[in-house]
Design a protein around this ligand. Structure first.
Ligand SMILES: [Zn+2]
Length: 155
């Protein structure tokens, strides 16, 4: 692939696990995974059934602006190995489709790039967007719930 999928910012995750605030100014909620629908944004795999997890409000952008969405994300409650693989991680292979959007270097949506993308076409569409001038990164979200899943950047 000509891109890599990033695990969520590890400084932020470590702070959250230690009882720090999320991007809504609240500590994480503790819950138990149902085993199928709880993707961890750090290891980018599904949290095992009955394992403890954290639910937090996350704004995956470096600055505040009108486009900086904040929404719910899950993490393994215990330390997990951040995703670093070259392929699409498990959390980007389990849904029929995903919402894909490109952003500029100042963290703004590039209109016209947002598209519900079939999982079989995901890598191709991410590559197409990252080959465009002006695209700094591509975010992949749930096409059902709009939750942030992961970010793709050029390698
Ligand atoms: Zn995890």
């Amino acid at each position: 692939m000509s891109f890599k999928i990033q695990a969520y910012d590890q400084h932020w995750v470590k702070n959250l696990r230690a009882g720090g605030m999320d991007d809504n100014g609240q500590t994480a909620e503790h819950a138990v995974s149902d085993g199928g629908g709880n993707p961890c944004r750090s290891c980018l795999d599904y949290i095992a059934k009955d394992a403890e997890m954290l639910i937090a409000g996350a704004r995956p952008f470096g600055q505040l602006n009108p486009y900086a969405e904040c929404g719910p994300v899950f993490f393994c409650a215990e330390d997990c190995t951040p995703w670093s693989g070259d392929a699409l991680p498990p959390v980007l292979q389990n849904s029929p489709d995903y919402l894909v959007k490109a952003y500029s270097a100042d963290d703004r949506i590039i209109y016209g790039t947002g598209q519900i993308t079939l999982v079989a076409e995901l890598a191709g569409y991410i590559t197409t967007l990252l080959n465009r001038a002006g695209v700094a990164f591509v975010d992949i979200r749930s096409s059902r719930n709009n939750c942030f899943a992961a970010r793709a950047v050029r390698t």
